[in-house]
Ligand binder design. Structure first.
Ligand code: CP
Length: 326
């Protein structure tokens, strides 16, 4: 791997990263994508390192891919869920975190329903913290894997992602995926469009680096890629939505709508998908769908993140490395 001085102890959100750092991370993920195509998908890079996967909210994709990523790098991974942990006996997040750190992990990956939970740990613990989704706030590894998938998609056609347009559509108000993606894609030179039912647009959206549309057909017209968002029903107050069949009729992305986009424009969804509500089932299964490619990218991108943070001090010049260890 190319040597690069990584200045960050933690990964809390994408706006902590420069465009150059994002480029290095995605290039590193490309190398791990090659590892993932081998018959034996394992390298010794993080042998002897410990990674705790602390998921206090449900997850299929993020948790499994971090676990797989750690194991493919030969790290030891340990899982802790809210149910079955002492959080359910009333132990505080602070005490849980200090308890975990006392076991000397190198990285803690945390998902939590409270915005700011990852930063709370990062400010108190010496080990690296990776935000795997905190409340409505941020989901940086999802945005990075989405950028990786789109970059590969356009590079395969000899095209650059800078200058492309991306429509993010659905429950923007409650979506940490939207927040991280909008910041990252805009920083990478994409023109970001947003379309949401009026009640699912967040306060202050006019200050985000994106253009807000009030008509779905106009929003899709001529766009280079579309990303649907999950309806975050568990985070919504009552009365924000018409009934779900009306939502599907007005806001679900269909093959007919995608015909208004640039020919061949990919359709994305971070998952889990509600087929027929956010994205039409035939579109989700069509050649335009990047949904499973996004999941596949997640392993390589999370390998890159764990590699970069897990070997961070080893890349520092001798004096700084000594200081970082002390
Ligand atoms: N996209 C995403 O975060 O999926 P999971 O909730 O399954 O991890």
């Amino acid at each position: 791997m190319e040597s690069f001085i990584w200045p960050h102890k933690d990964l809390l959100d994408v706006d902590d990263l420069t465009v150059q750092e994002v480029g290095y991370l995605l290039d590193t993920a490309e190398q791990f994508q090659e590892v993932n195509s081998r018959p034996v998908k394992k390298v010794p890079t993080l042998r002897g390192k410990g990674i705790i996967l602390f998921f206090a909210e449900n997850s299929t994709r993020t948790k499994t891919s971090f676990d797989m990523a750690g194991k493919r790098l030969s790290a030891d991974t340990f899982s802790l869920a809210k149910s079955g942990s002492s959080l359910n006996k009333g132990e505080s997040l602070k005490d849980t975190a200090l308890t975990l750190e006392a076991m000397r992990p190198d990285v803690i990956v945390i998902r939590h329903s409270s915005s700011g939970a990852a930063r709370f740990l990062a400010e108190r613990l010496d080990c690296s913290i990776v935000n795997a989704g905190d409340g409505w706030h941020a989901h940086p590894t999802q945005a990075l894997l989405d950028a990786f998938s789109l970059r590969r998609h356009w590079r395969a056609q000899g095209q650059d992602m800078a200058g492309k347009s991306l429509l993010i559509v659905g429950d923007v108000a409650h979506s940490r995926v939207a927040r991280s993606n909008i910041k990252l894609m805009a920083a990478l030179g994409l023109s970001v469009r947003i379309f949401a039912p009026r009640t699912l647009l967040p306060m202050g959206v006019e200050h985000w680096p994106a253009q807000v549309y009030d008509n779905l057909e106009k929003a899709v017209s001529g766009v280079d890629a579309v990303m649907c968002l999950r309806l975050q029903l568990e985070r919504q107050a009552a009365g924000l939505l018409p009934d779900l069949s009306e939502y599907a009729a007005r806001f679900c992305i269909t093959l007919r709508l995608m015909n208004l986009a640039v020919p061949g424009a990919p359709i994305m969804h971070p998952g889990p998908m509600n087929r027929g509500l956010e994205v039409a089932s035939d579109l989700a299964d069509s050649p335009a769908s990047l949904v499973l490619d996004q999941v596949n990218s997640g392993v390589a991108v999370r390998m890159a993140i764990l590699y970069i943070l897990g070997t961070r001090n080893e890349h520092l010049p001798a004096g700084q490395a000594e200081a970082a260890r002390n």
